[in-house]
Design a binder for this molecule. Sequence first.
Ligand code: C2E
Ligand code: MG
Ligand code: MG
Ligand code: MG
Length: 288
Amino acid sequence: AKADGSRARVEVHEGALSDSDVDALQLEVDLRHALDNDELRLFYQPIVHLADESLLGYEALIRWQHPTRGLLPPGAFLDAAENNRLTSKLGAWVLRRACNDAVTWPEDLRVHVNVSARHLAEDGFSELVAAALEESGLEPSRLELEITESTALFAAEATLHSVAVVTDQGVTLALDDFGTGYSAITALHRLPIHTLKIDRSFVADVVAEPATAALVQGLLQLGRGMGLQVIAEGIEDLDQAAWLLDHGCAMAQGFAFGRPAPLPSPTDVLIGEVTDTPAEDVAGALLP
Ligand code: C2E
Ligand code: MG
Ligand code: MG
Ligand code: MG
């Protein structure tokens, strides 16, 4: 690879790598550049109490404001970061930015930050969390880290130790996309989980499919029995919200309550309104 203007190009000899290898390398180079050039953004999606729709906090969701391809969702670039040393650089950027943003919000609001398995397993992860909290001045109890079942399941002893150090500081853990992994129940046993996030694939069918309804009832019961907080993900309509509330789910997140959007200023958070939203991410609350 050699530099070409401000943006490096990946150059390879014919036949050495497949087209998709070259694409992946180019994406990695561009992502490195994006980090250095402030092209990454954190969008925030509200998490609400179902009973009164009051705000519990926000989940930080990364976006890439790409100079030529426009606003990219994490699915378009996160895998490129997972395969190399970018993981910790990107994860550190997200944590620091989220803590710095959250400290400007009203004090009862929490921030949820997604953490990749690879980053969590790295040396220095717990020190990074401590530094992000210290530098921002955010109360540790206002930070919740979201991890997936496979992260919890395959975590090595070093990771479990790192997690213990982080949770000892008062930071909490959420198990994301609950029910979609290999062994949700085992994951619950291995790590000090505070919150279950029921995957949106279940929520989507909960009203129409009796089998899914039974499954979600089981998950809710499990959460209650273990004394966990439960958040249903991907609520898109009122019927889903009503069903979940009826069945004892206290918290939710989904397009019905607000799409991920930039948070321009603390004032906007206070009045519960998001402005300056790109067309594709217009915050549309369906609920009255
Ligand atoms: P996730 O953590 O499960 O986040 C929820 C995803 O569901 C988000 O997609 C959100 O936009 C989408 N969503 C929320 N409500 C609804 C709804 O009502 N309907 C539908 N159809 N979708 C809804 P997004 O932002 O594309 O993020 C995808 C995934 O990328 C996240 O899933 C998370 O696993 C990962 N991710 C996002 N930001 C970060 C980050 O900063 N670091 C890491 N490591 N992963 C991230
Ligand atoms: Mg998440
Ligand atoms: Mg999820
Ligand atoms: Mg997900």
